[in-house]
Design a protein around this ligand. Structure first.
Ligand SMILES: Cc1cc2nc3c(=O)[nH]c(=O)nc-3n(C[C@H](O)[C@H](O)[C@H](O)COP(=O)(O)OP(=O)(O)OC[C@H]3O[C@@H](n4cnc5c(N)ncnc54)[C@H](O)[C@@H]3O)c2cc1C
Ligand code: FES
Length: 295
């Protein structure tokens, strides 16, 4: 294990709201599963509450380390907004040892939570701005927290465009939310899938095809948030830069393999950043030229 490095750190350690857990980021706190909602064949939504009744006090874009005794721990984005503070939600895709076991749990079971960890989105910097958000696949999970935040604080923001792409209709996450958002005047939602099924009546194509229907953006007034697989990120950035959005107005969130989540082990290092503490949310200008980070 390497110690926490002393070279360039992009951010100071994240400010932590007062929480019963602020001094125990190393010790999992027990949290009860209040509700489990299947979202797709691969993802379930877990609503959780700490046994001691305390609140998570997260920023949109932060993550937690989820643990099961005797199994292990893994990082998962918080997908609910701090404006809905009584409980918090995690959207978990089953892919391996920890996440498969999490999918076997039942309501009222208890798991361990460390966090909130990392740097999330600077929502204050977004106040007063138009927002263009682009989500690909599981990237919708961390973005849902920010989407809920914007909708709950709607007067603080200008226009809100949300572009969402999934490989197939059956992989679309948060379908109930999507239906609600589609009906709402508070967000301009466009959805596309790469491979339609016979029932699909919506748009077909990769997420960048949705840009042609966007109304004209005011570049200096617009904040862009991109979360999705690296290949999506690469092509979306080309579209965004072509619209003259300044690099400092573009946010993205990175996923790396993590262990400690608190800047101690070096597992998440990409070039000169530790994604767990310097991110997972970064500005595009910080990542430009960091091939390791975005490819
Ligand atoms: C900041 C952050 C936020 C995240 N948010 C979410 C989220 O909101 N929802 C979500 O579902 N997931 C999220 N993830 C991903 C999630 O952390 C992983 O899917 C999880 O760690 C898998 O753990 P596991 O024990 O279930 O799988 P593992 O048993 O670790 O296996 C996962 C997959 O990786 C492969 N694998 C295992 N070890 C290695 C290795 N050393 N090198 C290469 N491949 C390997 C396995 O074969 C398997 O396909 C996030 C990750 C990060 C870093
Ligand atoms: S330094 Fe351990 S996961 Fe980032």
């Amino acid at each position: 294990m390497s110690g926490r490095r002393s070279s360039t750190i992009l951010h100071e350690p994240p400010p932590r709201a007062s929480s019963a857990h602020e001094s125990s980021l190393y010790i999992p706190q027990p949290a009860r599963i209040i509700r489990i909602t299947p979202l797709t064949e691969m993802e379930k939504l877990f609503e959780l509450g700490f046994l001691d009744g305390s609140r998570l006090n997260q920023q949109p874009g932060q993550f937690v380390q989820v643990s099961m005794l005797g199994v292990g721990e893994c990082p998962i984005s918080i997908c609910s907004s701090p404006t809905r503070p009584d409980t918090f939600e995690l959207c978990i895709r089953r892919v391996g040892s920890v996440t498969n076991r999490l999918h076997e749990l039942q309501e009222k079971d208890t798991i361990g939570i460390r966090g909130p960890l990392g740097h999330g989105f600077d929502t204050h910097e977004m106040h007063g701005k138009d927002i263009l958000m682009i989500a690909g696949g599981l990237g919708m999970a961390p973005l849902r927290s920010l989407i809920q935040y914007i909708l709950d604080e709607r007067p603080r923001f200008g226009q809100f465009h949300l572009l969402y792409g999934a490989r197939e209709p059956k992989e679309l996450l948060f379908k109930d939310d999507l239906l609600r958002w589609r009906e709402s005047k508070d967000v301009n939602l466009a959805i596309t899938v790469d491979r339609p099924d016979p029932q699909w009546r919506g748009k077909v194509g990769v997420v960048t095809t949705l840009f042609k229907d966007l109304s004209k953006l005011n570049p200096d007034q617009t904040v862009v948030v991109i979360v999705g697989p690296p290949v999506m990120f690469k092509f979306v950035v080309i579209e965004v830069l072509a619209r003259r959005i300044p690099q400092g107005n573009i946010y993205c969130s990175l996923e790396r393999r993590m262990k400690c989540g608190v800047g101690k082990c070096g597992h998440c290092q990409a070039n000169h950043v530790y994604v767990c503490i310097d991110g997972p949310v970064f500005k595009y200008g910080q990542l430009k030229g960091m091939r390791e980070a975005v490819e």
